[in-house]
Design a protein around this ligand. Structure first.
Ligand SMILES: Nc1nc2c(ncn2[C@@H]2O[C@H](COP(=O)(O)OP(=O)(O)OP(=O)(O)O)[C@@H](O)[C@H]2O)c(=O)[nH]1
Length: 413
């Protein structure tokens, strides 16, 4: 697995983990904040209702009580005042609700529904302590709301003036509401609840949208980080390492004077080509050649001129070879060619062409140079050393028979 893939896998795992952790935390935080906001609003609403009730009891009722003998004014009833005031608020903020839900109300509008009755019974039967308020969630989807309920317990004797029996109730009230409902209340009895409902859908929806925005921004930052780290990895690590690797590879496999491959790499290529040729049942030949009287060139023109001859020889060889062939400096002034898919006649022809190319054109400063060649074709049985040995023996014969010629190797014994 490449360094880049490993790095990206680790980075992706870390970023995914970070995104999951941050996502979980942000989601929880935003949802809790939204619920806290709803809870706060429900408290504000409940305390507003209490404030209206207190204000009505203390500052409105005493002024209007004298008129009670002539006409019943529901505005003197704290529950009515709170309900009516907050109903106006509801017109402006839909979903916000306030109700004084009573089991046996004077005004039928205040009759507790099934759910509210259960909450009232919870207080009446002591399952919920009277000092406590209860809260929870009701409804689904857009109608989901948080409710807060407080018990309405008769604490003041004066309440019973209107709610104990019709006999002592103000006649003007009986004229409006009749004598059937809202009686029989007792001191310290819990007769109903104050219920506030605050919509949850919009704060939660806002939290959800904020969550997506934050996660989108986080994802964009992570992608940017991913890209920047990858670019940095390429320019600071991978490319310098690749350059270094190429240099090391060159050092290990190339001959620096001629730029041909070295003996070690040649053997590697030969072994792998032999394996392929065996599978294809094809032909493979090698040509070894050695520059004639090279010592004399060195001695006559100097070592540097000898080097130039080696370099130029390599260039002339390259010009004649196919890209699938391989030319190597085998050592000193000796070269070797690997010819793929080449039977012996073709190999002889290529060797002859190389010989003619070297001998045909004089080299700068040193003049005419020739080389002697040995050609061997692989018989699919011998190993690489045996094959090269046969080619080398043919080269020796070429030297012995006057140089500047090509000799075909004996078939393997
Ligand atoms: N300039 C130069 N000379 C080298 C290099 N490597 C080997 N030689 C020289 O090549 C010469 C080879 O000489 P010999 O082995 O006697 O062969 P030769 O003179 O070519 O004679 P024959 O092969 O019999 O034709 C030696 O003088 C080596 O020092 C090299 O990299 N550069």
């Amino acid at each position: 697995m490449s360094l880049r893939i490993k790095f990206n896998l680790v980075l992706a795992a870390v970023l995914l983990l970070a995104a999951a952790g941050a996502g979980w935390y942000v989601h929880r935080f935003l949802e809790e904040t939204a619920i806290e906001e709803v809870r706060h609003n429900s408290q504000v609403m409940m305390h507003t209702a209490m404030a209206i009730r207190d204000y009505t009891t203390e500052s409105v009722k005493p002024h209007l009580d004298p008129m009670l003998a002539e006409r019943f004014l529901p505005q003197t009833v704290p529950a009515y005042a709170a309900t009516e005031t907050l109903r106006r608020l509801q017109a402006r903020f839909p979903g916000y609700e306030y109700k004084e839900a009573v089991l046996n109300p004077t005004n039928p509008r205040d009759k507790a529904n099934e759910w509210e009755e259960k909450v009232v019974q919870g207080f009446r039967e002591g399952r919920t302590p009277l000092q406590q308020e209860v809260s929870g969630v009701v409804g689904e989807g857009v109608h989901r709301a948080m409710y807060v309920a407080r018990p309405i317990t008769i604490k003041q004797q004066q309440c019973l003036a209107c709610h104990s029996t019709p006999d002592i109730a103000p006649p003007s009230m009986l004229q409006v509401y009749g004598d059937k409902n809202g009686f029989g209340w007792k001191l310290n009895e819990t007769v109903g609840i104050q219920v506030v409902k605050v919509p949850m859908f919009y704060p939660l929806e806002k939290a959800r949208q904020t969550f997506y925005t934050v996660m989108g921004a986080l994802l964009a930052s992570f992608l940017l980080l991913f890209a920047v780290l990858n670019l940095s990895l390429s320019s600071l690590v991978i490319e310098p390492m690749a350059r270094l690797n190429r240099k090391l590879e060159d050092l290990a496999t190339k001959d620096f004077l001629t730029d041909l491959v070295n003996r070690r790499r040649f053997f590697e290529r030969l072994e792998s080509e032999m394996a392929e040729t065996r599978i294809r049942k094809g032909h493979l030949s090698v040509v070894i050649f050695d520059i004639d009287f090279f010592k004399r060139i060195n001695d006559t023109f100097g070592h540097d001129s000898g080097d130039v001859v080696l370099k130029k020889t390599a260039l002339r060889v390259r010009e004649l070879l196919r890209s699938s062939d391989c030319a190597a400096r085998f050592g000193g002034e000796e070269f070797i060619l690997l010819l793929k898919e080449t039977p012996v006649e073709a190999a002889m022809a290529i060797a002859e062409a190389v010989r003619a190319r070297i001998a045909g054109t004089p080299f700068d400063a040193v003049g005419h140079v020739s080389a002697s060649f040995g050609v061997a074709t692989w018989n699919h049985e011998e190993d690489s050393h045996a094959l090269i040995k046969r080619a080398d023996t043919a080269l020796y014969q070429a030297k012995a028979s006057g140089r500047n010629c090509v000799v075909r190797a004996q078939d393997a014994a």
